[in-house]
Design a protein around this ligand. Structure first.
Ligand code: NCD
Length: 300
């Protein structure tokens, strides 16, 4: 973030996170006074993978700051179909906009692309790598719900391919959070993420069952099994539907447990949970706008 890009959560210090979250809270408290702040600014949206929340909330955030967006559109209708390289694509787009948001299926794509452009670049997901702007809105939501000090967080689901998990876990080490990682054996955290957590002084506590740790949790962060990343559909079928959070599961949880999910969900949280006080995932998605407004304002 210090070079004007946001590529990975590993580069976010506690002070960086607090700066963005405080700024987002100030914006959320008085959105009207930011309406003209970035009039004339253009943000490029380059999504090489499907997106609803990330694309639309960046779009809304830029427009609510008085700016506008230019969208690369679907990959099938862009020159990528003609064989253009990512490096060329971003170098061209750099000439059209003041900042760039990139989502790409290859891990490392955002870091590579950032080498080619001088405008701020935000990684909106690079394959099974990182998704740091999601982490900022996750932390904002967590701070609103429980505070970030001495928080105990359970992270459940696809810890191997889930990029939101990698970014969130690394950022939580900055807050000395106690983390429990719950997944099938085949979907445990990648070694590189474990090492980053341990290097930062965090402890990686791994479990296959949620029940033994559920009552300790302040926050349960549920994730979707990332079907599109599995090299083999039969491997996906082995783990699909393994965890399902419903009223029965939550009967063993603390009354003040906060349930989060980056969304989209498939079947990992029963819709009956939506109307309970535990559910924070829709608010979490809505927080994407003030948090991305704050991020854009700071990077621009
Ligand atoms: C996530 C992503 O794209 O990594 N979605 C999002 O940005 N909110 C999570 C997912 O797709 O499961």
């Amino acid at each position: 973030m210090r070079q004007g890009d946001l590529v990975s959560a590993t580069s976010l210090s506690r002070a960086d996170v607090e700066t963005v979250l405080d700024h987002a809270a100030a914006i959320a408290a008085d959105p009207e006074s930011w309406r003209e702040r970035h009039a004339g600014t253009l943000l490029a949206l380059c999504f090489f993978e499907p997106s609803t929340r990330t694309r639309m909330s960046f779009d809304a955030a830029m427009k609510r700051l008085g700016g506008d967006t230019v969208d690369m559109g679907h990959v099938e209708s862009s020159s990528v179909e003609k064989g253009e390289s990512l490096a060329d694509t971003v170098r061209v787009i750099e000439g059209y906009a003041d900042a760039l948001v990139l989502r790409h299926p290859s891990e490392g794509a955002a870091r590579m692309a950032a080498e080619y452009v001088d405008i701020p670049l935000i990684n909106a997901g690079d394959g099974a790598g990182q998704h740091p702007s999601q982490t900022l809105l996750d932390l904002y939501t967590m701070r609103e719900a429980t505070g970030l000090d001495e928080v105990t967080v359970g992270i459940l689901g696809d810890l191997k391919y889930g990029r939101t998990v990698h970014s969130l876990a690394e950022a939580l080490t900055e807050f000395d959070a106690r983390m429990h990682f719950v997944s099938p054996r085949s979907l445990r955290l990648p070694r590189s993420v474990r090492y980053d957590i341990e290097d930062a002084g965090g402890e990686v506590r791994e479990h296959e069952d949620l029940n033994p740790v559920l009552s300790d949790l302040d926050v349960l962060y549920v994730t979707r099994i990332q079907r599109e990343r599995f090299p083999d559909e039969s491997e996906y079928r082995e783990v699909a539907g393994k965890y399902r959070i419903d009223d029965e599961t939550l009967a063993a949880a603390r009354d003040d447990l906060t349930v989060m999910h980056p969304l989209p969900r498939v079947d990992e949280i029963d819709s009956a949970v939506d109307t309970t006080d535990h559910a924070r995932y829709f608010r979490q998605a809505h927080n994407g706008v003030p948090v991305r407004m704050a991020l854009l304002d700071l990077l621009l």
